[in-house]
Design a protein around this ligand. Structure first.
Ligand SMILES: Cc1cc2nc3c(=O)[nH]c(=O)nc-3n(C[C@H](O)[C@H](O)[C@H](O)COP(=O)(O)O)c2cc1C
Length: 319
């Protein structure tokens, strides 16, 4: 039996996306929320707060995430999410963006395992929340993780997710499966594999290479092809017959949820465009679709372009 978690995507996988996704596609066991950052303030931002409110996540199983290099901040967020009823908090040691990493957070913290050790010692002594970790192989160098795993081995973590790239790569280049394999021999924690699963075929290849891994996390692949997790679970790369109707209903529900939240068409169109940069991968019959969405200045034009993209694909794929 395999487990699939939805990987956090700041700016994408907020509660509106998660709820619409869960309603129309499923296949996801748990969702990790995009990270909370408190940055010295003893305050959770309103957008973060809203994103993890149980009332906004009632149809899904959610795990909040934080990014920090400070045990006090960690404990503050842990207490806050515990008060909301959460029993697990995921710690981000993977964020690659220089603004974050250069300040010693996310993948930037991978270069100082001694700090990770100090933070975990204090956090796990002072809270009983379950801590899980999501990390890259390192920031500068993929060998950094081999210094971090022995530290993590000393703590009772819920699990560790590894995205086998280094921070400096951002999302470029290949995932380093050789180092990932080496990591498996260096830890007794439950490991989630994360990175570049974009089709049932690419999942099967990964599963064949790492048969001991039963836990998987998918991020971008799930936006580009929302049917992917359910197809992986069914071990069957066949889409439902009414694939485009389902997508259409999902899009309408998702769009409406943002329409209620944002004022004015401009904001709404700006919100939807980055999603279409992923969605469009499911619509090869509309090579100019993305450009048309970018050019849409009004909601009625946007709606018509989306209708055409979905209709084109449905018609052409049923021929
Ligand atoms: C736009 C964007 C935002 C992301 N935000 C987060 C985040 O908040 N927390 C996190 O741990 N990872 C974040 N990630 C990393 C993803 O969760 C995931 O680890 C990465 O995309 C690799 O998995 P994938 O190939 O399945 O997408 C983000 C990635 C992208 C592209």
């Amino acid at each position: 039996m395999i487990t699939i978690y939805s990987s956090p995507l700041q700016g994408f996988s907020d509660f509106r996306f998660r709820n619409a996704y869960q309603r129309f596609f499923g296949g996801i066991d748990k969702y990790i929320a995009p990270y909370i950052r408190v940055d010295g303030n003893s305050e959770i931002k309103r957008a973060n707060e809203r994103d993890i409110l149980p009332a906004n996540n009632s149809s899904i199983d959610l795990i909040p995430q934080l990014i920090t290099k400070d045990a006090g901040e960690f404990l503050f967020v842990a207490k806050h999410v515990q008060n909301l009823g959460y029993t697990e908090l995921n710690w981000n040691l993977g964020c690659p963006y220089p603004m974050v990493a250069k300040r010693g957070m996310g993948s930037g913290l991978m270069t100082t395992p001694v700090k990770i050790d100090e933070i975990l010692t204090r956090v796990l002594a002072e809270t009983d929340i379950q801590v899980s970790v999501k990390m890259r192989l390192g920031y500068e160098n993929p060998r950094e993780i081999l210094q971090v795993l022995p530290v993590l081995e000393r703590y009772p973590l819920a699990n560790i997710t590894i995205h086998p790239r280094i921070g400096k790569q951002l999302y470029k280049g290949e995932v380093d499966l050789k180092t990932f394999e080496e990591c498996l021999g260096q830890t007794s924690h439950k490991i989630f594999y994360n990175g570049d699963i974009t089709s049932v075929q690419s999942f099967r290849e990964m599963k064949e290479r790492f048969p001991s891994i039963n836990n998987w996390m998918i991020g971008r692949g799930l936006i580009a092809d929302p049917f992917l997790p359910a197809m992986i679970k069914a071990d069957n790369p066949l889409y439902p017959e009414n694939r485009y109707e389902i997508f259409n209903s999902f899009h309408d529900a998702f769009f409406s949820s943002w329409e209620e939240a944002l004022s004015g068409p401009k904001h709404l169109l700006m919100k939807m465009y980055p999603f279409w940069e992923y969605f469009i991968q499911s619509f090869p019959n509309s090579p100019k679709g993305l450009k048309k969405i970018k050019k849409a200045q009004s909601l009625s034009v946007y709606r018509e372009v989306v209708r055409q993209i979905i209709y084109n694909e449905g018609i052409n794929s049923s021929k």
